[in-house]
Design a protein around this ligand. Structure first.
Ligand code: GLA
Length: 606
C-alpha cells in the first residue's frame, strides 16, 4: 500500500508542476507534499478507524415547494383568501407540479391568552381559527404552513404601519421564550411547515423551537430567517460562534427581504453564490419567496425562477394564485425547471464562469443521473448574448447530448459545446448529458471530482488564503497547488505531515461519482497547522446524501483521525468540512491520504 502511494505521488507531482500556474488562483487548493520524486517520506493513513459521532437522519431531503401569503398580500390576509388560494392550488396544476405547502405569513396572530399561555388567531380575520384552516388545506391534499417570530412580537407587530387594524397594540404574538408551548400549539393545529422569523429577537429561539417541535412529536419543516429586521449574519454563524443554521433549520434565509426589483434578485443570487458551501444534505439556502408574476418582465420572471430552482432554494410562490396569468402558471409549473430544483442529488449550482463584462454568468450543478449537469445561463446585461458551454468545462466526457429545459427540446451539440441566446435580464436552463469521471482504486486527491464548492469572497485579502471560487475538474487528473506552493505546504494534519491529500479552506465540499463500483473510502483528517488555535472544524462523509461519518469538532491540536467507511453500492461520495466556530478565513482542513477501493480499474496502479 505504502509503495503504491509513493509511485502515484511521483506521477501526480509531475502533472502538478506543469499546471501550477494555470490553477494557482483556483479554489479548493489540493496540496501535494512536493518532496523529491520517489522519496518515501511522510505519514500514511494507518490508525484505527474513528467511528465518528452519532448523527440524526436528514429530516427533509429536498427543498420545499409551496406558496406563502406575504409577497402577495402582506398583512391584508384573512381565512377566505387562504381558503381560496388552497382551492386554486389544488386545481390549477400547481399541486400536481409539486407545490405542497400553503403558508400563512405574518399578521394572523391575535395575541397570547394570559390564562393558558397559548397563542390565538386574530378573530376578526380568522374567525374559524387556525386548526380549521389547516384542516381545510389538508382536505385539499396540501400541507399547511404558519409564521411565527423569534422575538416578543412579530416583524409586522413591531411596525405600526404594518400590523392589521384589528391587532391590539403590542399583541405580544412572538414566540420568544414560549417556543415549547407554541410548537405544541402549532402541532395541535396541524402545522406542517413553520416559518420562524428572527425579527431582531434572540438566536437561541431557533434551538428552542427545534426542541419544541421535537417534543411535540409532529414533523414540521423548520424554515428560519436570521436576517429579518435589518440583522445580518456575515456567515452561517452568530458572532459568538454558537449558532450554525443547518444544525437547527431545514432551510434558512440568506438575505434581507426580496423586493419587486430585478436588482434585488441579482443581489440575492450573488449572496447565494458566496453561501453555496453552507448547503449540506437536509439543509437548503432559502433565497426568499418568489416575486414571479408581479412586476418583472417575462424574461426577468424566467431568470428569477431558473436561478432559484438551480440553486436548490425553496420555491415558495408569492403571487395571488387566484388570479394568476397563464404565463405565470406555465412558468411556475415548468416541469424541466422543477425537475432540476427537486433533483435527488440536491446540490446547489455553483458559479462556473462570468464573462469579462460581468453580465453573463454560467452556473452548473450535477444531477442525480450519472453524467448529467444542469447549466443555467443568466444574462445580467442590457442586450441579448450568445452563451456557450463546453462539456469538458463541466467535466463531462463524450458522447454528448443537450436539452433546453424550458421547452424540453433537444439542442444541437457542435465541437463538444452548446450555444444558446440569452435575452437581456433573462436566463436559459439546459441539461447536458455525457459521461462522468468515475472514481477508481487509489488516492482520491489526483482524481476528478464532479462538483466542489468553498466559501468565496471573505478571504480575498488574506495572502495565506487558498479560498477562491469553485473549479470544475480538468480533463485529466490535475491536482491543484496554491500559488507559490512549497515543500512547507505539505498536508499537515494535527502536526503530522502527509505526502498526499487535499488541504481546503473551510467550509468546502467535494463530490465524486463512484458509479456503485467502490467498496471503501479512507482518509486521515485533521486541521492544518496553519489554522488558528481557536479553529474548530467538523469533517463529514456523505454517500448518496446519507451521512456515513461525522467527526464532530476537531481543533489544530487534535491528533489526526483515520476515517474508514463502507461505500458499497453508493453512487456519489460527498466530502464536507464545516467550521464549528465563527468560521475564520484562515481555517484549514486536511483530507490526508484520501483513497478509495473500487472494482473499476485503478489510478496509477503499478
Ligand atoms: C420579515 C420577513 C418577511 C416577512 C415579514 C413579515 O420581513 O423577512 O419574509 O415574513 O417579516 O412581517
Amino acid at each position: 500500500m505504502r509503495k503504491r502511494f509513493t509511485s502515484l505521488h511521483t506521477a501526480s507531482t509531475r502533472a502538478m508542476q506543469a499546471t501550477t500556474c494555470v490553477f494557482a488562483l483556483m479554489l479548493a487548493a489540493l496540496i501535494c507534499a512536493c518532496s523529491t520524486p520517489g522519496r518515501d517520506e511522510g505519514a500514511v493513513s494507518a490508525g484505527p478507524p474513528d467511528r465518528g459521532v452519532a448523527t440524526a437522519p436528514v429530516r427533509y431531503a429536498l427543498p420545499p415547494m409551496g406558496w406563502n401569503s406575504w409577497n402577495a398580500f402582506s398583512c391584508n390576509i384573512d381565512e377566505k383568501k387562504i381558503l381560496a388560494v388552497a382551492d386554486a392550488m389544488a386545481s390549477n396544476g400547481m399541486a400536481q407540479a409539486g407545490y405542497r405547502y400553503v403558508t400563512v405569513d405574518d399578521c394572523w396572530v391575535g395575541g397570547r391568552d394570559p390564562k393558558t399561555g397559548k397563542l390565538y388567531a386574530d378573530a376578526h380575520a380568522f374567525p374559524g381559527g387556525i386548526a380549521a384552516l389547516a384542516n381545510y388545506v389538508h382536505s385539499k391534499g396540501l400541507k399547511f404552513g404558519l409564521y411565527t417570530s423569534g422575538n416578543v412580537s412579530t416583524c409586522a407587530g413591531m411596525s405600526t404601519d404594518r400590523h392589521p387594524p384589528s391587532w391590539p397594540q403590542g399583541a405580544n404574538g412572538g414566540s420568544l421564550g414560549h417556543e415549547r408551548i407554541d410548537a405544541q400549539t402549532f402541532a395541535d393545529w396541524g402545522v406542517d411547515y413553520l416559518k420562524l422569523d428572527l425579527c431582531g429577537g434572540k438566536l437561541s429561539t431557533f434551538a428552542a423551537m427545534r426542541a419544541g417541535i421535537a417534543a411535540s412529536g409532529r414533523p414540521m419543516y423548520l424554515s428560519i430567517n436570521p436576517y429579518s429586521y435589518n440583522r445580518t449574519l456575515r456567515t452561517r454563524f452568530a458572532d459568538d460562534g454558537t449558532f450554525y443554521a443547518p444544525a437547527y433549520a431545514d432551510t434558512s434565509r440568506i438575505s434581507q427581504d426580496i423586493t419587486e426589483s430585478f436588482a434585488s434578485v441579482e443581489s440575492i443570487v450573488d449572496i447565494a453564490a458566496a453561501d453555496a458551501a453552507w448547503a449540506v444534505p437536509g439543509y437548503f439556502n432559502d433565497l426568499d419567496m418568489l416575486e414571479v408574476g408581479h412586476a418583472f418582465s417575462a424574461d426577468q420572471d424566467v431568470a428569477h425562477f431558473i436561478m432559484w430552482a438551480v440553486m436548490a432554494s425553496p420555491l415558495n410562490a408569492g403571487n395571488d394564485v387566484r388570479t394568476q396569468r397563464d404565463a405565470t402558471r406555465a412558468l411556475l409549473t415548468n416541469p424541466g425547471i422543477i425537475a432540476v430544483n427537486q433533483d435527488a442529488l440536491a446540490l446547489p449550482a455553483v458559479l462556473d464562469q462570468t464573462d469579462s463584462m460581468g453580465a453573463l454568468q454560467v452556473w452548473t450543478r450535477p444531477l442525480v443521473q450519472s453524467g448529467t449537469r444542469a447549466v443555467a445561463f443568466i444574462n445580467r446585461g442590457a442586450a441579448p448574448v450568445q452563451a456557450t458551454v463546453r462539456f469538458a468545462s463541466v467535466g463531462l466526457d463524450a458522447p454528448h447530448h443537450a436539452w433546453d429545459l424550458l421547452t424540453g427540446s433537444p439542442l444541437p451539440v457542435a465541437d463538444g459545446s452548446v450555444s444558446v441566446t440569452v435575452p437581456a435580464t433573462g436566463a436559459r436552463l439546459i441539461r447536458l448529458d455525457g459521461r462522468d469521471p468515475v472514481a477508481a482504486t487509489g488516492p482520491l486527491a489526483a482524481q476528478r471530482w464532479i462538483w466542489s464548492v468553498t466559501r468565496a469572497g471573505s478571504a480575498a485579502n488574506d495572502p495565506d488564503s487558498e479560498v477562491g471560487v469553485k473549479v470544475w475538474p480538468a480533463a485529466a487528473p490535475q491536482p491543484l497547488l496554491p500559488a507559490g506552493a512549497k515543500r512547507a505546504d505539505a498536508i499537515v494534519a494535527g502536526g503530522v505531515a502527509y505526502r498526499d491529500g487535499m488541504a481546503v479552506s473551510v467550509p468546502t465540499q467535494i463530490v465524486y461519482r463512484l458509479g456503485r463500483q467502490c467498496s471503501s473510502f479512507q482518509s486521515d483528517i485533521g486541521l492544518d497547522r496553519r489554522s488558528p488555535p481557536t479553529s474548530r472544524a467538523a469533517f463529514q462523509v456523505w454517500a448518496d446524501n446519507v451521512l456515513l461519518y461525522d467527526s464532530g469538532p476537531l481543533s489544530a491540536a487534535t491528533p489526526p483521525k483515520t476515517v474508514r467507511v463502507d461505500i458499497s453500492g453508493r453512487d456519489t461520495l460527498r466530502l464536507v468540512v464545516t467550521p464549528r466556530s465563527g468560521g475564520d478565513a484562515r481555517d484549514r482542513a486536511a483530507w490526508a491520504d484520501p483513497s478509495v477501493v473500487c472494482t473499476s480499474g485503478s489510478v496509477g496502479a503499478p
